[in-house]
Design a protein around this ligand. Structure first.
Ligand code: ATP
Ligand code: FE
Length: 368
């Protein structure tokens, strides 16, 4: 079995050809990040136009790198939810044309499910396992019980941690810092934090008394903003210049974030272990998404997995961010399980909003 995967849910046009054993036969990706960075955020019609300009080439590159002819494909798998409507639309209509032309089955893919199952391409991980997805656009904890069987334990009630890091980095003008001018916000914070004192500022911990597995980062963001404004006054500098206390602020915000994520993850593991949804002695926690590449946050998660006798696994960085490989792999998983394979996909629609799995976050909060 060989699947072509196509991803256009946000700002990356990506495609890959993957076989049944997880071999990546061909892959290609076009990132729009630079263009959106210049604009200060993603403008959906611009993203749509860029997907349109690149999708043909990207899919062709992935297929020709595989040295296969399109007729060798078993199916075409494409992200249809959740994501930006205009972006999803490009991938879906391109795929439907291709499916029609090649007379192949179509497998609609849920972007978050694909993120969650990626670990099974690189590691031998059996169901069930717990997954923590933390990036610029995602923040959730879910129990993965099967290829299409997810329990959503908790999610961010406001923004994602990567988004918060990006906003704080912008407020600190870290692009003007000689050491981090080319880094993403989160990476710049991690880099500077190494030179700072994490206990210098006592930032209020988000959702201190919460019993649920939900997250919140917008309160932390506005507290940091207030702190920065205060420091700018004290140091007598104007907004837009880099504070001498920037490293201490970075260390404090990273520490507070790591603690919030670790505590919430601990609650999720405990809940699952108490309910016998996860093993008491050899459960697996998968951490993925751009923020999971932060080593300070990983260390905090290791403390949690040691405490609960779990194993922490993280996909390689390339597979943590949006890519075509995870979509093709989800297609392989679905083919093997015989789930959601469409032979006549004409009526299928994309869904910009679509939660992951069965949401039991209320129950988790009440159980505690
Ligand atoms: P999506 O959420 O749709 O998967 P994304 O572009 O938001 O896509 P990623 O590419 O997975 O997500 O991750 C980018 C985010 O991760 C950015 O917000 C970035 O600041 C953050 N990030 C990257 N490296 C680090 C790091 N070392 N520490 C903390 N955050 C990081
Ligand atoms: Fe994603």
């Amino acid at each position: 079995k060989i699947v072509l995967g196509i991803e256009t849910s946000c700002d990356d046009t990506a495609a890959a050809v993957v076989d049944e054993t997880g071999n990546v036969l061909g892959e290609a990706i076009h990132s729009q990040t630079e263009i959106h960075l210049k604009a200060g955020g993603i403008i959906p019609p611009v993203a749509q136009q860029l997907h349109r300009e690149n999708i043909h080439r990207i899919v062709q590159e992935a297929v020709s790198a595989s040295n296969l002819s399109p007729s060798d494909l078993s199916a075409i798998a494409t992200t249809i939810k959740p994501g930006l409507a205009l972006s999803l639309g490009v991938g879906l209509s391109f795929s439907l044309q291709l499916v029609n032309q090649l007379k192949k089955p179509f497998i609609p893919i849920h972007h978050m499910e694909a993120h969650a199952l990626t670990i099974r391409l690189t590691n031998n991980v059996e169901f069930p396992f717990l997954v923590l997805l933390i990036s610029g656009g995602h923040c959730l904890l879910a129990l993965v019980q099967g290829v299409s069987d997810f329990l959503l334990l908790g999610k961010s009630l406001d923004i994602a941690p990567g988004d918060m890091f990006d906003k704080v980095a912008r407020r600190l003008s870290l692009v003007k810092h000689p050491e981090c001018s080319t880094m993403s916000g989160g990476k710049a914070i991690e880099h500077l934090a190494k030179q700072g004192n994490k206990l210098c500022f006592d930032l209020k911990h988000p959702m201190q008394r919460a019993k649920s597995c939900d997250f919140s980062f917008s309160g932390l963001q506005s507290n940091v903003n207030k702190l920065i404004t205060q420091k700018e006054k004290e140091e007598g500098i104007e907004a837009g210049q880099v504070l001498s206390s920037a490293a201490d602020i970075a260390a404090s915000v990273q520490h507070t974030t790591a603690r919030h994520i670790a505590r919430t993850t601990y609650r999720a593991i405990s809940f699952c272990q108490k309910r016998s949804l996860l093993s008491q002695t050899n459960a697996v926690l998968v951490a993925s998404g751009g923020v999971a590449s932060n080593m300070y946050i990983r260390k905090a998660l290791e403390v949690v997995t040691d405490l609960t006798q779990c194993t922490l696994l993280c996909p390689p960085p390339k597979l943590c961010t949006d890519n075509g490989i995870m979509i093709a792999w989800n297609g392989i998983e679905r083919l093997r399980a015989g789930l959601g394979i469409l032979y006549n996909p004409e009526g299928i629609r994309y869904e910009p909003k679509c939660p992951l799995g069965l949401d039991i976050s209320k129950e988790v909060g009440e159980a505690a």
